[in-house]
Design a protein around this ligand. Sequence first.
Ligand SMILES: C[S@@+](CC[C@H](N)C(=O)[O-])C[C@H]1O[C@@H](n2cnc3c(N)ncnc32)[C@H](O)[C@@H]1O
Ligand code: SF4
Length: 391
Amino acid sequence: MNPSSAVKSVGSGTSLYVHVPFCVVKCGYCDFNSYVVEDRSVHDRFLDALDAELRATWRGREVVSVFLGGGTPSLLDPDRLRRLLEIVGRHVPLRECAEVSMEANPESITLEKAIIARELGVSRMSMGVQSFHAHHLKFLDRAHSAERAEQAFAQLREAGFANLSIDLMFGIPHETCEEWRSDLERALALGPDHLSCYNLTFEPGTRLYRDLQRDVVSPNEQEEDRTMFLHTRERLAQAGFTAYEVSNFAGRGGPCHHNDHYWLQGDYVGVGPGASSHRAGVRCTNLKPVEAWANAALAGLPCAGSAETLRPLQRAAEAVWLGIRRTSGVDLVAIEQRLGMPLLGLFEPILASQLEAGWVAFDGRTLRLTPDGLLMADRVGGDFLAVGVAR
Ligand SMILES: C[S@@+](CC[C@H](N)C(=O)[O-])C[C@H]1O[C@@H](n2cnc3c(N)ncnc32)[C@H](O)[C@@H]1O
Ligand code: SF4
């Protein structure tokens, strides 16, 4: 079939997110909608339902990027991975997209799967490595070794991927600054084209969160996390990477268009269990359990478990919350124009307190995090978000 969708640039058009909800193990820190499912027939049912949902929701939109995430898309066996990409490719012209990203895990990606993904239009792979230290990988419940991660990276290159990203985590309980420095060096030695370095967070509902509540683990000292964060920015700048967002660093591969589109509050459609969509101020979130979502999709019923129409102030607050994490900051005047409402007055009190705290800089148009504010990004964004919710 010849897909009818046109292709657009970042911030305009629509992005497609495809959620693959299966994992080899459930990592202790992870609150993403993912499940360990032994029965492979569930994978087939997932693919059937995905096709049905795409047919019902996508309808030839103007596509900017595609992101196949999870969960663990690389866990699908080669035939099913091929089928996944063929299904998506029937609805979206993958080869014409600015970017088609896929998440891969070291324990399940193989050369064969990487070649299939390349052949069928995936242009960028993002691999979750998290740590190169065996004791931290064990603590996080990761299903792979550091050596396997390095081998998998080489296989992705061998398959012809020119744009490879690595996810790492710092601030793991008991992690030392020295260990984090060596993780960064080992990642850099692989020659990635993009890096994401996340400060570990304790998310409600996870094993780690429960351990924290029971005093089985304790978070690292904030000062240590701060040192690791500052070292990351310094070292990656030295290595030629651009910090375009608090946790994301662009090398030769440039920024991740898909995430940039999201942070710029572009429209996106999410398909798969638990995936969210946002179109012109309306946000829907799919049913989370695989079976409930698949039943709805296959019966031709809406897959959304919830939907809300965002008020203009809520949209504005979310635009700041998302955009403030980008190094280029957030253009408040552009948001005012886009949403047709004056904002500066509404944000005045929160802006004043954050300027006083030294966390943001504002030139009358663009709001940016200061170096001190970078370390407080969640708090700063959260305060703006609260203005949108409160009114
Ligand atoms: C969708 S997740 C996982 C993708 C892939 N399945 C994997 O395990 O690598 C994307 C990334 O978010 C990060 N992440 C997930 N939970 C986190 C948490 N609680 N704290 C910090 N980073 C987290 C991890 O670095 C992970 O690679
Ligand atoms: S971090 Fe990745 S592999 Fe681990 S449970 Fe979450 S989605 Fe699955």
